[in-house]
Design a protein around this ligand. Sequence first.
Ligand SMILES: [Zn+2]
Length: 223
Amino acid sequence: MLDDLYNKKIECPVCMSQFEATKVRTKAIKVASRDADFCVYYEGTNPMFYDIQVCENCGYAASSDKFEQLGDSDRKKIKENISPRWNKRSFAGERNIDAAIETFKLALLNLHVRNAKNSEKARICLRIAWMYRLKKDEKEKEFLQFTLNCYKEIYEKERLPADKLDEVTCMYMIAELNRRVGNFDESVKWFSRMISSPEARKNASLLEKARDQFQLAKDQNTD
Ligand SMILES: [Zn+2]
């Protein structure tokens, strides 16, 4: 295994069995750059590839920081809908991008079964899109569109802030994702709405980013 990686024993909160999860050493994480939709590029090992923990025994999969956060009804839903169809396999050790995408799709399936919040689904779908971007795979757009649909539902139906997502960031993401899937009209509309909202003034760096992306969307709209 790479020096950047180490294994940690985890107890599954669904089936209570133990499994090995592979983690990236903090000192090995070096950020190279960021895209306007917050996709991060790394020098060397990409920690995103190791974010999802998958229980090899029952198929429960979730982000490492949310792995313990599930209620009794979630446990029941996973036991009834995921575990019976699960072919036991381990995701420990080095993960290539395809294995990483597989783990995120498992996490997404778990969220669907649990009827989880859109904010959680958006987070996972967006990361799947980013991995397809790294692969230069057209499927990126499909997952950006799923993410966009989640953000629109959040904006319309959920109370914000939720799960670290505030209203201004939600508007920004709707604008930027519309731009990335080619809905330039919608993108311009949402950027202008976001920039003129009083809340945006509290987040100077995001506002500055929004102004750049707004100009880009306007240019693309007239192309
Ligand atoms: Zn389990």
